[in-house]
Every structure is written in structure tokens, then in C-alpha cells.
Design a protein around this ligand. Sequence first.
Ligand SMILES: *Cc1c(COP(=O)(O)O)cnc(C)c1O
Length: 380
Amino acid sequence: MLQTMLPAPKIDAFLPPRRILMGPGPSDVHPQVLAAQARPTVGHLDPLFIGMMDELKQLLQYAFQTKNDMTLAVSAPGSAGMETCFVNLLEPGDTVVVCRNGVFGERMRQNVERCGATAITVDNVWGEPVDPTAVEAALKANPQAKYLAFVHAETSTGALSDAKTLCALAQQYDCLSIVDAVTSLGGVELRVDDWGIDAIYSGSQKCLSCVPGLSPVSFSPKAVERIKARTRPVQSWFLDQSLVMSYWSGGAKRSYHHTAPVNALYALHESLRLLAGEGLEQSWQRHKQMHELLKQGLTNLGLEFVVAEPYRLPQLNSVYIPQGVDDAAVRKQLLAQYNLEIGAGLGELAGKTWRIGLMGYAARRENIALCIKALEDILA
Ligand SMILES: *Cc1c(COP(=O)(O)O)cnc(C)c1O
């Protein structure tokens, strides 16, 4: 029998241009983080690598401001961190109050339902923060609720919700809190222990100046107890934290669970080291300062913000597209002529808004100057 072979395709190396990423993520990766990722791969059970993992945990605890022992990076993007929180905590029949004020709150609801749990939704207008009064009413009306889930920083709209108040409400009504901090971590004030957050997930590619593909998560001792008391195993083998922890917390006795994304973890280690070097509060401050600068430029161009001032995320600036302006054409031109990426509107706001990110390493003066100049030229 004659065997046939598909011919080897002749393809050049992929050489991406150096874009300036001012969208909703991924955001600009710090050059030191890119360099860290290119270092030699070692075995994921290599004693030196295990030492790095221990440091990584300390750095994550600092970024989250938590002493939680179950603090680690899920080997997958933010969406997997979201799923990790829901599949580990929820059991069929549980009731969860889920706040929706954008795309990501709705994804939380879908996660709840896929766990066989019941979602009680609290809806807010897109662009507004979650309303604590409405949340309290839902918690009061549903005493069987075990969890309160909400998005701290809604990347689809640019609205910041009051996580501290919402978590206090969760405690008052005997619920554990599940918080999406994908866009908030590193960009705005976030204090896991002080605010009493029970389960939290984030992403590497937003305000941490890191490459995409990792999701920092943390579980409070109460959440860990809940996971240990489950009556049935977590339906996802890969995301089951009781199995993953034997890798992350085993010390010298660490055992194989899955092959850790070794080089991506070098990148996260470096990005969190940079964050610790800058200081968390200084990073929050820098995002705020850069937002003020961008706001001035955008306002001068006549662009209007979607979110009211007190709830505006510094790291995600949603503005309305002016009447008669071609959304896609402008973004295409920004990319082609200025190597600059900004985000399109999402969900209800698709075609109506632009989302200009100032996340992590992207939150710098030169980027803002370029963005304002480019928009000015194109809109003129
Ligand atoms: C980006 C984002 C996610 C999803 O993260 P991925 O890394 O894209 O999977 C979830 N929630 C919020 C608020 C986000 O901004």
C-alpha cells in the first residue's frame, strides 16, 4: 500500500509587530516579563522551580492582600478562574445571588446554572455599579442563598462596584462572597482579607502587565471548609482545588497533577515582583493619575464617558462613539497607522462605545499622549 503524506507547509516565523495595547486586555506586557518568559524551561517538579512557586504564592498573597493559604494561579485564563470558584464551591441545589451589570455578571450566572445551582439575579443598568440596596433586598428575600457573586470591575462597561460593602452584606446574610477581580487586581484598591472576600479570581493579562493565560485565585478558610465538606466531588477534574493543592502546597512532597505552564509562571513571577517593587498602593495611584490625564484628553476631544465619575474605573475608560463616526474604521486606522489597539463596545454597548484600557504597563504617559493625538488626527 502506498502511503501518502501531506506536504510540509512552508510558513515563515511569526513576527508580531509591537502594538500598544490599550483595550480591555490583553494589555501591554512589561519587557522584563517577556524576557522572563524566554528563560530556559525547567521541570515543573524541579526543586528550583518549586522554590519559585513558593515565592509566587507569597507575591499573589501580597497582590490580593490576603493570608489565605489556598492562593495560587490556575493554569488557564480568567474564565477558568471564574469556573474554578463556581465548580469548587457550588453543589446542585445551592442558591446564589448573582449581580449583573455587564457581560461578566451574566457569565457568572451561566456558571451557577451549569453547576446545577439556582441563580437569583440582581440586575443593574449597564454602566452603573451593582446597587447594594437591591442586593440586600435579594439576600433578605432569599434566606436560603449560600453565596453572593459579583464583578468588582466590569470590563464591559468600565464600572467599579463597592466590593467592601457587598462583601459585608454577604457576611451579614450568612453568605460566602465570590468576586471577579480580573480587571481590578493591581489597578484599583482591593483587600481580600480586610473586606472578607471568600473566593476571588483574576487574570494575568489585565493590570498585572503579564502575558495572558493564567488566573490567580484565592479562597478564604471558610471557603476551603466549604470545599472540604462537599457531598460530591467537583465535576471538573482539572479545576478541582483539592487535587490542585497537592501540587501547589505540597512543599518538597509536591506531586504531579498537570504540567504547570512553566514559562508562563516565570512571567507571572516577574510581573508580580514588579508590582511588589512599585508597591500595590503606588500602582493603584498610578492607574488613577493616568486615568485623570486620559480623561482630560478625551474630554477635550468632546468624548463623553459612559460611567458616572464616582464609579469610573481608571483602568477601563468607556466613551461613547461620536455621532456619524465609523467605529470599526477608526479602530482599524488606529491599529494600522499608530500600532494602537483600543477595545470595541461589548454586548449591549457594541457599536456604541470604545473601551480604552490603561492597564498595568500600558498605563503610561507616552501611551496616553499617543492615544489622544491619534484620536484627534483621525476624528478631525
Ligand atoms: C477579561 C475578563 C474575564 C475573562 O478573562 P479571560 O482571561 O479572557 O478568560 C472575566 N471577567 C472580567 C471582568 C474580565 O475583564
